[in-house]
Ligand binder design. Structure first.
Ligand SMILES: Nc1nc2c(c(=O)[nH]1)N[C@H]1C(S)=C(S)[C@@H](COP(=O)(O)O)O[C@H]1N2
Ligand SMILES: [Mo]
Length: 434
């Protein structure tokens, strides 16, 4: 075992990161990229009441809690327990380009290379860090909403009459998770990076993504060093438990507030570069194309503002003097400051009662971690008293505003891939006859 010899040789050439100084002694090894081994068979816990057989997703997918779309599965909003602020991993949506790999934590390594390191390293001579090495670094937890770029995609078709290609998510490709791990900046502070490093490319260990007869290689996406030095987290736990295989075990990247694709699961390597890096996941996909969007639109970063009722689609509500509606709103950029609800299809609106108030300080500093330790960038739960609802069909609407001044619009401008649908969703329910 050889300690990392990475000490800035020239202070000027290296970013000064004045963070804690606990020793870290990763192994420098010439071993090939660790992929671990695939389990001979998927775990077979009997799900309740029925589930799709083990396939690209390994955890049980009870049909009363999930809607399965091919290699992906979304959470049913009607199954959300109003009192639980966080989404249990068992209930969290899964978005897999291929299938969940089963990796061995004991042999897992994260490879770090690139010309942006204080001591540049090619891919073949990457630093390799075991999980145990990372666990010796300062620990950080971040609670944040976690959401797919395409969440709400089906409403481009259902609500705006302009179908967009891709997984037809309703609003269930989202959750709130308390991630635990090490800040990437704490790792980079020890490894040492050059002042002119600009880009980090994160690559997963899942199978290469092949579509339309083209092999695009492993799922990978670049992000700016600025984000890496802000709140990017290398996470090994979610809500106090080790990551499930489907959610990136043993280690995933988490870029809080950013589109889900930025949070690479089964993280195999990080390339730190002095030139802008790209991948099909930043140029071909996860970038606006079509509609009124310019041809050179940049890679998507922040998630928009969205809201959902904790109700199934076409839910039947018992008639009552007053019906309590509950829901949640969230934003990738800032805390939610206001939610308005309409129970008459959008004709009149009244403010909902917000249950979670994320601090004003949080509002100013939402873009960054601010201080070490826990930081809440989660969603806001709300409730609304619906007085004397008439029996029959209704459309419920919720419109949120965040502290950055973004309010959900009535319509979302079209884009080919159906990304970032943030318009107010019209949720049909029926109040039962009495
Ligand atoms: N390696 C890898 N990372 C990945 C993906 C993937 O298919 N492979 N999917 C991405 C997308 S599009 C999303 S929305 C999130 C989903 O994370 P989850 O399945 O843990 O909810 O992971 C991202 N990271
Ligand atoms: Mo996604």
């Amino acid at each position: 075992m050889t300690p990392i010899p990475e000490r800035p040789t020239s202070r000027r050439a290296v970013l000064k990161l004045s963070l804690a100084t606990a020793a870290v002694a990763p192994v420098l090894s010439a071993a090939p990229a660790a992929g671990g081994t695939r389990a001979p068979s998927a775990p077979g816990r009997a799900p309740v009441p029925a589930a799709v057989p083990a396939g690209p997703i390994l955890k049980p997918l009870p049909l009363d809690r999930f809607v399965v779309h091919g290699t992906n599965a979304e959470m049913r909003w009607g199954s959300v327990r109003a009192r639980a602020a966080l989404t249990p991993q068992a209930d969290l949506f899964v978005r897999n380009h291929t299938r969940t790999p089963v990796l061995d934590a004991a042999t897992y390594t994260l490879r770090v290379h690139g010309d942006g390191l204080a001591r540049p390293r090619g891919e073949q001579e990457a630093l390799t860090l075991r999980l145990a090495d990372l666990r010796r670094l300062p620990r950080t937890t971040i609670t944040a909403t976690h959401e797919c770029t395409g969440n709400g995609r089906r409403f481009f078709a259902d609500q705006q009459g302009t179908p967009a290609a891709g997984t037809p998510w309703a609003l269930g490709a989202v959750g709130a998770v308390r991630w635990e791990g090490v800040l990437l900046r704490d790792l980079l502070a020890r490894v040492g990076i050059r002042r002119d490093a600009v880009s980090v490319l994160a690559t997963g260990l899942d199978d290469p993504y092949v579509t339309g007869g083209v092999d695009y290689g492993r799922v990978r996406r670049p992000f700016p060093v600025r984000k890496a030095l802000d709140d990017a987290l290398l996470a090994w736990a979610a809500n106090g438990e080790p990551l499930l295989p489907d959610h990136g075990f043993p280690l995933r990247l988490v870029l809080p507030g950013w589109v889900g694709i930025a949070s690479i699961k089964w993280l195999g390597s990080l390339e730190i570069s002095t030139t802008e890096l790209s991948s099909p996941w930043s140029t071909k996909w996860y970038r606006m194309t079509g509609g009124e969007h310019p041809a050179d639109a940049p890679p998507l970063t922040l998630n928009p503002v969205r809201s959902a009722f904790e109700l199934d689609w076409d839910a039947v509500l018992p008639a009552a003097r007053s019906v309590t509606l509950t829901g949640r709103s969230w934003s990738g950029a800032a805390p939610i400051v206001r939610v308005d609800v309409s129970v008459d299809g959008g004709a009149t609106w009244r403010a909902a009662d917000l249950q979670d108030r994320h601090s004003a300080r949080g509002a100013q500093r939402h873009g960054g971690l601010g201080r070490r330790g826990h930081r809440d960038r989660s969603w806001t739960r709300w409730s609304y008293q619906w007085r004397r609802p008439a029996a029959g069909p209704h459309e419920l609407l919720a419109r949120a505003t965040d502290a950055a001044g973004r309010t959900q619009p009535d319509t979302t401008p079209f884009n080919d891939a159906g990304y970032l649908f943030d318009a107010v969703v019209r949720h049909p329910v029926t109040v039962a006859q009495v």
